[in-house]
Design a protein around this ligand. Sequence first.
Ligand code: E4P
Length: 268
Amino acid sequence: MPTQRPRTKILVDGGDPEETAQVKAILGFVDGQTTNPSLIAKSPEVQQRIASGRKLDAEEEKAEYRKIVQRISPLVGTAGVSIEVFAELDTSSEEMLAQGREMFGWIPNAYIKYPCTHEGLRAVEASVREGIRVNVTLCFSQRQAAAVYSASKGSREPVYVSPFVGRLDDQGENGMDLVRNIKRMYERSDHHVHVLAASIRSLEHLLYSFALGVELATVPARVLVEWTKKSMPLPAPDYVFRPAGDTALIIGALLNRPHRRVSDCETL
Ligand code: E4P
């Protein structure tokens, strides 16, 4: 156990209940879990069925998803289990909402993950009105985070927004700067939206998330194990984020320079 537990809630980013149980045993706690259909497809149970030559149809896929989140649900703390709706580019808000309503009934601590698209945000608006807890995923810009804020205003429950750090890094951007800019943008707000750092790929991403004071971070088991092997350090007050690999990003981080100006969309 760390001498001091981070204020940031830690969620496991995965789809295997055994893995969640193992992480909990190592860490001593797990605040929550995020799942998505592709992570569920990689779970040992689903892989076994596929290996035995049985292809899952849509209903069977949903039934497997439900079984898996029902096993994860009692393992986690107050941050709940995020369940993602099955959505393609042409999926309507009504279709997403119908799935969200059903999935929300699967477990008592569900958060429904909707994509941060026009239709996804319409589903968010309706869900919030119905008291369905939401996690708005695939956030790649401050503008999307501002839209999440407006679409979910009035929510009685905290709403999560998930900026995708690693995917932005993959495109040559500094994903952690987006997290920092969103946190800054939300500073003068009613704080109903909580930032959930997602697509985390390294210990540095995690430590910087702690330093930025994000409310939640979803982390692959591999990174959490690495953290425990180093005795679960927390960032010192003078912590400086050093992104791996890209020299331009490293220089930008050292100069404390966000990749997009906060004034891009500073009013909510
Ligand atoms: C969490 O909600 C996401 O599903 C997850 O962090 C995705 O990360 P990836 O970039 O590893 O797919």
